[in-house]
Design a protein around this ligand. Structure first.
Ligand SMILES: C[S@@+](CC[C@H](N)C(=O)[O-])C[C@H]1O[C@@H](n2cnc3c(N)ncnc32)[C@H](O)[C@@H]1O
Length: 235
């Protein structure tokens, strides 16, 4: 079908889809969801970045424990950065599986000393770097780095103390990453916070770590299919 006809068809179907959504999920929730979508679009434009568009896991890796690219919502990021009192001298943020870089860009608009994103897919890491360049004038943190590496092999720097994971991997990859975090703590004992966005149908792997304690759960906007946990270690 020609491109124009496809566009016209899509445009005609849109109001029907919206009405259908209002009927199935209720007016209040539908308004909240559409409101959040509009707010997401506004935030992207304001920062000058493009982090949308899912990428299936099979296009990224043959390892089923490595998950697809899906972007975190701004509401969850606002919860994380609103909860922390960021210390510009000490605090270093790390996003495991940073994808197209939304969490890294938003972290860097706050006054972290350093911000790091780890991403094993070179194509996504390149997009993250482009997004960082585009958002440059909004950034408060100037020391920002995207590392193209498998998180399993990444040695956690001794100054990292805020970790963010939006369901990047599971099973043996998660086990290896938790081991790396513990190694880093053994070398440099310190308090760290781990923010973990866990889909409700996945196990909460952090709950079984006896070296962490659960601090709180934070709001996730209209995303009720996930939980945003904050875990901490004691110093
Ligand atoms: C659900 S997305 C989260 C993206 C980003 N953190 C965000 O919140 O918008 C998970 C990301 O983890 C990456 N990933 C999966 N396995 C990985 C691994 N072993 N090492 C590094 N990155 C990985 C994927 O490529 C994907 O970009």
């Amino acid at each position: 079908m020609p491109k124009l006809s496809r566009f016209v068809l899509k445009a005609l179907r849109l109001p029907l889809r919206v009405v259908d959504n209002f009927r199935t999920i209720g007016v209040r929730r539908a308004v909240a969801i559409y409101g959040e979508r509009i707010a997401e679009e506004v935030r992207e434009r304001r920062l000058g970045i493009n982090t949308q568009g899912d990428v299936p896991g099979r296009e990224l890796s043959s390892d089923p424990a490595c998950h697809c690219y899906q972007v975190v919502n701004y509401s969850s990021l606002d919860s994380v950065f609103g909860y922390l009192s960021i210390d510009p001298i000490h605090d270093v943020f790390l996003d495991y599986g940073c994808g197209k870089g939304r969490a890294v860009v938003v972290a860097a608009t706050h006054s972290f000393r350093r911000v790091i994103g780890i991403e094993f897919a070179p194509s996504l890491a390149d997009i993250a770097r482009t997004n960082l360049r585009r958002a440059e004038r909004h950034l408060r943190c100037r020391d920002v780095e995207i590392v193209t590496e498998n998180a399993m092999n990444y040695i956690v720097p001794e100054d990292v103390n805020v970790l963010f994971l939006f369901n990047p991997f599971s099973e043996h990859v998660m086990d290896a990453v938790l081991e790396r975090i513990r190694d880093s703590l053994a070398t440099a004992r310190r308090e760290i916070s781990i923010f973990y966005l866990q889909p409700r149908d996945e196990p909460n792997v952090l709950a079984k770590c006896d070296w962490l304690y659960w601090d709180c759960d934070l709001p996730t906007g209209t995303w009720d299919q996930v939980q945003l946990h904050c875990y901490r270690t004691t110093s």
